[in-house]
Design a protein around this ligand. Structure first.
Ligand code: GTP
Length: 324
């Protein structure tokens, strides 16, 4: 079975760091978000198609240099085709059924049970659903008592939302659904295609564990905490020469001697934390420098950025080579 990973978005909510690095390559709990997403796939999935667009060459280069645990093939789009257009563009690569993944979902999904649900009900698809307080930024499902989806509305107003169960960004679909994607240049799968599939039976698969759309800085850091706390990355202890507490994921080429960790920190390739620097709930990206006695708290420090000695970076995203 193959998975299709939608990975072509601009990641606007994570700017300015996504001006330099596509969202899916931001390291959390020690490895890029994309690799955690691929970890959701069950063993029966033996390959993934990455529907890329924005910064497609960076993604292709990265996966070639760091092969994921299953083979991946990039199918780039010259211009953004939308989520439905991306599926149609990659359709020749898909299996029947195929797994559809958004590339910024960090969640506890029992993918085996999801596949079993799809096999047992025989409809055209199964969509994982997460229950959230405010469903308005998402696709929202209304469910029949047997969990068949009877209504699906993309980004309704809060008042108009038919429930609090939203598209969690992981699904299994019969290949035939791709033939229902209109041939317009740009097509939204959620807005223009899914509602028309409901008559052919689409079922919800309710998640009851952790789920996060890691598309904003705060949510990305919350997802990182979950990944660390559930043992999916990093270590419990801090590296030799540093003090404080883990969990932490420090690249072997990073320098952290004399720094203090407050937990849930990724320090990527060639980055450094100076003596007396403090980092907690943070991502310090490749080649970034946190000078002595500086503080990074609940923040993302972009590639090659610099936090000057004694400065505090709190609840911020620093772009590539930014200075604070
Ligand atoms: P924001 O700009 O911050 O909203 O992030 P985003 O660009 O990732 O958009 P969003 O989270 O709404 O997209 C959901 C998923 O679809 C993400 O995994 C995107 O990478 C992906 N995606 C969105 N638009 C396209 C597209 O035109 N082509 C492809 N291949 N993927 C897309």
């Amino acid at each position: 079975m193959k998975a299709l990973v939608l990975i072509g978005g601009f990641g606007t909510r994570l700017r300015p760091v996504t001006y330099a690095v596509p969202k899916q390559l931001i390291p959390i709990a020690g490895k890029p978000m994309l690799y955690h997403v691929l970890d959701l796939l069950p063993p029966s999935v033996d390959g993934a198609v990455l529907a890329t667009g924005y910064k497609s060459e960076e993604i292709a280069r990265y996966v070639a240099a760091h092969p994921p645990r299953i083979p991946v093939r990039c199918v780039p789009e010259a211009t953004p085709l939308g989520t439905g257009g991306a599926m149609r563009n990659a359709s020749s690569e898909l299996s029947d059924p195929f797994v559809l993944l958004n590339s910024d979902v960090i969640a506890a999904v029992d993918a085996e049970r999801l596949l079993a649900a799809q096999a047992s009900h025989g409809g055209v698809g199964t969509m994982t659903l997460a229950e959230v307080d405010d469903p308005s930024p998402y696709g929202v499902a209304r469910l029949a008592p047997d969990d068949r989806i009877v209504e699906f509305v993309e980004k309704p107003t809060r008042e108009a939302a038919p429930s609090r169960w939203i598209n969690a960004g992981v699904g299994v679909w019969r290949r035939a659904v791709v033939d229902r994607i209109p041939s317009a240049p740009v097509v939204s799968w959620e807005r223009e295609v899914v509602p028309g599939l409901l008559a052919d039976r689409v079922y919800g698969f309710r998640l009851d564990g952790f789920w996060e759309d890691a598309g904003t800085p705060a949510r990305l850091l919350r997802a990182q905490r979950y990944l660390f706390d559930s043992g999916r990355g990093g270590r419990r202890s801090v590296p030799a020469g540093a003090t404080g507490k883990g969990p932490a994921a420090v690249h072997p080429t990073a320098t952290v001697r004399g720094a203090t960790f407050g937990g849930w920190v990724t320090v990527d390739e060639g980055a450094s934390l100076g003596a007396g620097a403090y980092a907690e709930d943070a991502v310090v990206m490749a080649g970034a420098t946190v000078e002595p006695e500086a503080v990074v708290l609940r923040s993302i420090v972009g590639p090659g950025a610099r936090v000057r000695s004694g400065h505090r970076v709190v609840d911020q995203v620093l772009g590539e080579r930014a200075e604070a």
